[in-house]
Design a protein around this ligand. Sequence first.
Ligand code: NAD
Length: 311
Amino acid sequence: QFQTVGFIGLGNMGSRMANNLVKAGYNLLVHDVNHDVMKKFSDKGILTKNSPLEVAEASDAVITMLPSSAHVMDVYTGPKGLLNSGNQLRPWLFIDSSTIDPQTSRKLSATISNYNLKGERGGCGTPAMLDAPVSGGVLSAETGSLTFMVGGPEEAYRSATPLFLSMGKNIIYCGGPGNGSSAKICNNLAMAVSMLGVSEALALGQSLGVAATTLTKIFNSSSARCWSSDTYNPVPGVMDAVPASRNYDGGFATKLMAKDLKLAAESAKEVEAKTPMTFLAEEIFREVCSEGHGTKDFSCVFRHYFSGKDE
Ligand code: NAD
């Protein structure tokens, strides 16, 4: 159904997702403000475009994978943005996989539904937008095993399923516009709080004389078992092949976690939800960033906040 797919934002995640679309046989067009990454794609014979608008004018669907809401707004509504071709758009589907606030996702979805399509495409008269952030990180992006959380019109979600399946394994429909973004920030909030709880408990245990390996064995066979203890343990040397055992390099950057918690805190304020853990978690991860560890994996919160040992 989609022959030509545009991809904008070829960073850690986007470059790998774009590669998987090529492997799945889509005709890909790409754009990024970083000319070095564009060159890597053009060297592989993939068509590069100089602006989001040029991508839009030649694509059936466009996917964006950008750092934050401001970048997404710029790519959609800025000069030479995706929506800059008058009141008729060429792509009939826009998918934003960036982690952004649900309010921005809803606003963009409403804006796009007011446009008309250039020509007849896929039997639907207006373009649609899906917010489809991902969970899984760089390795899952590489192996095409991301989880997509999708918000927007259900019909558009069904049409886009083959695209998602070329980049991910679990595709979960969350409801109307903005619900994918809401689900993503809630997932990362739960992950942040569980990482803080496990880190604090393992540090306290060590101070009380129980080794982290012993305590982890207990957690993993008891009621404290969770992803932060049995899959992504934050204490160096307790598990192999996790960021904690390679100086917290790679993985999910602390600054991205701080960004996602800010989105959760802002969304909570908007709906007047009580979220004391969100605010505390945001404060802690911000402090870790201001101590200069924003690019380290977020599990470094163990060392820099709880263990009392510095780099
Ligand atoms: P990144 O910073 O590596 O990549 C972002 C890319 O967007 C860069 O190549 C940058 O040059 C490009 N870009 C920025 N502004 C642009 C513009 N105006 N026009 C065109 N290109 C532009 O970020 P990432 O790690 O790939 O993450 C992307 C999104 O995915 C973020 O929202 C992040 O929170 C989310 N995410 C990341 C991970 C992860 O593990 N890295 C996991 C899940 C979700």
